[in-house]
Design a protein around this ligand. Structure first.
Ligand SMILES: [Zn+2]
Ligand SMILES: [Zn+2]
Length: 280
């Protein structure tokens, strides 16, 4: 029987751009994350390291970004987390943040299938060789804001339908730097994504990271969140922290927004099974 606890289901062990070093991939780091979470009233955390940080993922993309960042060992990461969860009984779940790479679905499945996961995050950061959230590989200089959003949502719909993911991370990440499409396009874009999530049975991540970025707004936006609630799409709660200082960041605000959108529960995972727990 799972206890009803507050969770943070999107955490990284090192800042972006930094290599995962031994000190990041250590039991001490995991204990520190659990302790900090507990200090913020969070009883369970999920570690969701970027897949591109692992050598085993280098074959997923020939892009220089992937080739340069694929340094750590996925076996070591999974083994460390599973041991902390099962032997040390730390309240943490074993997960990854996967990129949706169109055309590489079967390679992505082959990469993750040998391991047991509590859940898997799916994210759309890349549109082809350019990223919506990476200044060095920016898609924004190459196309109009409306066109980028159109492609972003199209890719998000395909990601949800791929069956690879349990949770769609930061579902309107395209706003990360504050770029928003012409206002009358937004309801249609939200509806398309919502319908795809509902059909696929995926969970939508409620992430406070957007509040720390140029977007200055939670992911997903309140109108998007309301559409997801109407369609019966469950949510998970996440900070997308890359150091322990952001674990559980602004969660009271996130849960108020969820409540305002009509939600009364968030998702808890175990071994890719999900259940809803009340937060009210
Ligand atoms: Zn992400
Ligand atoms: Zn992340």
């Amino acid at each position: 029987m799972l206890r009803s606890v507050r969770v943070d289901y999107h955490l990284h062990l090192a800042p972006d751009g930094e290599t995962l070093r031994d000190e990041h991939l250590s039991i001490e780091q995991l204990r520190r994350y659990v302790r900090t979470a507990s200090d913020h009233g969070i009883g369970e955390i999920g570690l969701t390291e970027h897949v591109h940080r692992f050598r085993q993922a280098a074959a997923l993309s020939a892009h220089p970004f992937w080739q340069e960042s694929a340094e750590s060992d996925l076996d070591e990461y999974h083994g460390l987390l599973a041991e902390a969860r099962d032997d040390e009984r730390l309240p943490l779940l074993v997960s990854l943040e996967l990129d949706y790479l169109p055309g590489r679905e079967s390679e992505t499945a082959t990469l993750v299938t040998p391991y047991e996961w509590d859940y898997l995050l799916g994210a759309v950061h890349w549109l082809g060789d350019l990223a919506v959230d990476h200044p060095d590989w920016s898609v924004w200089a190459e196309a109009s804001v409306d066109a980028v959003w159109e492609t972003y949502v199209e890719t998000l719909v395909a990601a949800a339908a791929s069956g690879l993911f349990d949770v769609m991370a930061h579902p309107d990440l395209a706003k990360v730097f504050g770029d928003r499409p012409t206002a009358h396009l937004l309801p249609g874009l939200y509806e398309r994504a919502t319908e795809a999530f509902a059909t696929a049975g995926v969970v939508a991540e409620l992430s406070t990271a957007g509040l720390r970025k140029g977007a200055e707004e939670i992911y997903p936006a309140p109108a998007f969140l309301a559409a997801l609630e109407r369609a019966g799409v469950p949510i998970s709660l996440a900070s997308d922290a890359h150091t322990d200082e952001h674990i559980g960041w602004e969660f009271d605000r996130a849960l108020r927004l969820a409540y305002d959108a009509g939600y009364r529960t968030v998702t808890q995972f175990r071994r890719r099974d999900q259940r809803q727990v009340s937060f009210v």
